[in-house]
Write a protein that binds this ligand. Structure first.
Ligand code: ZN
Length: 297
């Protein structure tokens, strides 16, 4: 299992090898949410994030491995830089892997046990406040078919958009970085979500990149109805950039998802971040000075 402390060690290793690392922000329980930056500082950036859902912690290791692959192959052309955020939800991941033992606040601890209905948190998806981070973003917030309105292991939208420390941190980080594309790793199903009611040129553009992701990974594009308030949704609606959720891992496995599948998942995604960034960044550069340039601003 890949733990939060393993992530901190990995980040430290990147740092010692001269790779830029830093902090996106802090979780509800004041744990740092680290990032690893690989590539050039030329204004064309991508954010790749994982483990927004606690029980999907395998995606944190996946994102670390994708970053490592790029560092090891530093001679491959990159049209910009990638901010890898392996674990957006460190509190949730710890809860899922360790149970409530690490939570120091007694009241929070007992609330979590009540919400969860026991001490086994292995299927927990939310943060340490019972908020499902991927429905806490301001994009048709609270209007989803599966949305919940009280604290829970999953689906609770929170008191308001960005009420969770983790979503606020990722929002502010994203607004600061101004990425031209984002990629979110979730588990499971081997499928790609790319839509959030885009129209016209943007729809055409976003679908074209989605099809490229599909060709590379072998995962089909899927239309989700009634799903709102996610990071990808907010990126598409508010930032007007292409943004993708990639669900890795075969659906036939149950959670907790077996780590033995990591190699298969890695093979399907190994060079995806670089390829996607290059495609989007080259399109932007080509359109500079044309009427379509605004599409990429
Ligand atoms: Zn998920």
């Amino acid at each position: 299992m890949f733990r939060y402390e393993d992530l901190l060690k990995e980040v430290d290793l990147f740092c010692r090898h001269g790779v830029e690392t830093g902090v996106v922000g802090e979780s509800e329980l004041k744990q740092r949410i680290p990032y690893i930056f690989v590539g050039k500082k030329n204004g064309s950036y991508m954010i790749v994030q994982g483990a927004m859902h606690a029980r999907e912690h395998l995606t944190a290791l996946l994102v670390v491995c994708l970053a490592k692959h790029l560092v090891k192959n530093g001679d491959m052309p990159m049209e910009g830089g990638i901010y890898f955020v392996p674990m957006t939800n460190p509190d949730g991941v710890r809860l899922c892997q360790e149970g409530v033992g690490f939570v120091s606040d007694k009241e929070r601890k007992s609330n979590l046990l009540t919400i969860n209905g026991g001490s086994d948190f292995t299927l927990w998806k939310a943060n340490a406040d019972g908020v499902d981070l991927n429905v806490n973003f301001d994009a048709h917030w609270g209007e989803g078919a599966q949305n919940g309105y009280y604290r829970s292991a999953c689906n609770y939208v929170g008191k308001a958009p960005f009420s969770a420390a983790e979503t606020r941190a990722l929002k502010e980080f994203t607004e600061r970085i101004k990425p031209c594309v984002t990629l979110s790793y979730h588990l499971k199903g081997e499928e790609i979500y790319w839509e959030f009611d885009q129209k016209g040129h943007r729809r055409f553009r976003d679908k074209r990149y989605a099809e490229a992701i599909s060709r590379y990974t072998g995962y089909p594009l899927v239309t989700l109805t009634g799903s709102v308030g996610g990071y990808k949704d907010w990126c598409i609606e508010r930032l007007k950039i292409p943004a993708y959720t990639v669900e890795v891992g075969k659906d036939s496995f149950n959670h907790p998802f077996p780590y033995s599948e990591l190699n298969t998942i890695l093979q399907q995604n190994l060079d995806l971040p670089r390829r996607l960034l290059n495609t989007v960044a080259r399109d932007r550069q080509r359109l500079v000075g044309t009427g379509l340039a605004a599409l990429y601003e």
